[in-house]
Design a protein around this ligand. Sequence first.
Ligand code: ADP
Length: 611
Amino acid sequence: MDIKTGFFNVLILGAALLAATILAFGFSQYAFFEDTSYSERLDKISNEGMQLVQLTNEVLLYGEPRALDQWQQQYRDVGLLIDDNSLPSKPELQEILGPLRIRYAHLLPLQEKLTQSRDRNADSQVVDIIASQLYQDSTQLQASLRSLKSAADESFKSAYETVKHRQVIIFSLFTGLVSVYGVFVSLLFRRTILAPLYDLRQTIHSLRDGQAAKAPVHDDDEIGAVCVTFNHLLDEQETARKQVQSISERFRNIFEQAAVGMSIVSPNGDWLEVNQCLCDILGYERSEFLAANYQAFTLPENLQTDILRVKDILSGKKVYDSWETRYRRKDGRPIWARITTALARDGADSPLYFVTVTEDITERKEADARLLEINRQLEEQTTELKRTNADLESFAWVASHDLREPLRMVSSYVGLIKKRLGPELDEDMAQYIGYAVEGSKRMDALILGLLDYARIGRRGGTFESVSLADVAQESLLNLSVSIQEEGACVTLQEGLPKVIGDRSELVRLFQNLIGNAIKFHHPDRAPEVSVAFEDKGSEWVLRFSDNGIGIDPDYYEKVFRIFQRLVRKDQYAGTGIGLSICRKIVEHHGGRIWVLSEPGEGSTFFVAFPK
Ligand code: ADP
């Protein structure tokens, strides 16, 4: 039950108590009035009766007519009073009223008798006898009336005593009940209001002293509801406190265990908090940091830049900034550090503190310096290499070009010797001359091959978008004779892609690879060659596959070197330059070339072009 209803009920109880008391008091008063009215009536009978006695005694005895009328009137009045049926039928009253009525009744005949006697002027002796009887009766009536009077007095006294007694009882009862009511109200007040409020206050004191506490809920009334809400707020506060605690612990852990130096710095540069990593980076104890300003650790030549950057952030030009600076460690060694700092501000936008991350980048800076040095050296070497390459290429070009002239001379003079000797030429000589011609032809082929090799990338042809399908067709046209001779079957995958490159070099590449695939065919089977491609994202990979003699895996790399052959020249003609030219062309296009093979089964040459 809520307090309001409780106290309302108590109020109704109090009102009922008061009403009962008033009723009891009223009833007692009513009874008193009842009793006193009865006494008053008796008293009245007595008084009226006494007047009748007096009239009888004083007036009737002398027989005055006016007095007689008065007596008769009084007699009737008294008669009415004593015949009152509403008088209580108490025996003690009847004991008085019975004789009183008899004596009253005697009066009238005697009075009439006396009056008649006087009217007839009867013997005075007779009149006296009647008068004395009347007197006697009236005296007896008087005695009865006195008894009645004292009965009335007695009744009044008893009624008064009774009412007094009742009032005392009612008053005592009322006082008692009021006391009980007061105690009850006090207890109720204490139980429903004071005790819960006291407990609530105790709870608040305990909380203020830092102890965990809950407000006891006594009842489901208004204060109970307040306590429940208060406890609910405490629970919420506790949950929020735990969340804040866990977040701050997490942040503290992140701050402490970060793999970079972290610090909190006041707007004027004093270290407020530093983590272990920063201590390790600079070699100072935490206490040494907290007693210093960041400027104390910065190298003088970097200080000005640092101050300007910090000023920019403080003035609001930047929210945060990141730059490289140099510190001096406690052991005197200078280090490079990358600073990233942001400024925390309060609600009024005033600066609170900087949150700064410090990374030791000394190693990276040193590595950068080393890398720069290596790059510089590399550039020097590349320039030197380019120059040497160019020298070599022009040397090969000039040498091979100039070599052909004496070679032509040798072969033409050997031809002339053969012609001059004519029929004198014996078999041996003819064979020797044949060797010489063959050797010079071969040398010419070698020189031509060298010339081709040297030409790659020298002609200065511009790169353009070239369709490899067209390139393949052109190379097949160039190879049509050998294709026919060998009965080769060459298949091209549809949709060969376009690449950026030198068309004539690409034709050369296809021609060499398809030509080799036909040339190095297996003696037992006709050559079958296929050209296919694959999209590998950033590059096109072409596959030149054949069913020829194959290549031993030990020679996968060697076949691309100049003048390297795996076959005898009497078996397969060639100079050993073709694949080295292929590699040079592919590399000139920024690509790669390699081979995989199953000896005796066939080979696949792969060429990757960047897209
Ligand atoms: P050449 O063809 O003049 O001999 P290359 O440089 O073109 O010179 O080839 C080098 C060597 O690689 C060849 O002599 C041969 O032994 C081997 N070779 C090249 N292509 C193939 C192939 N398709 N199948 C088997 N062997 C090959």
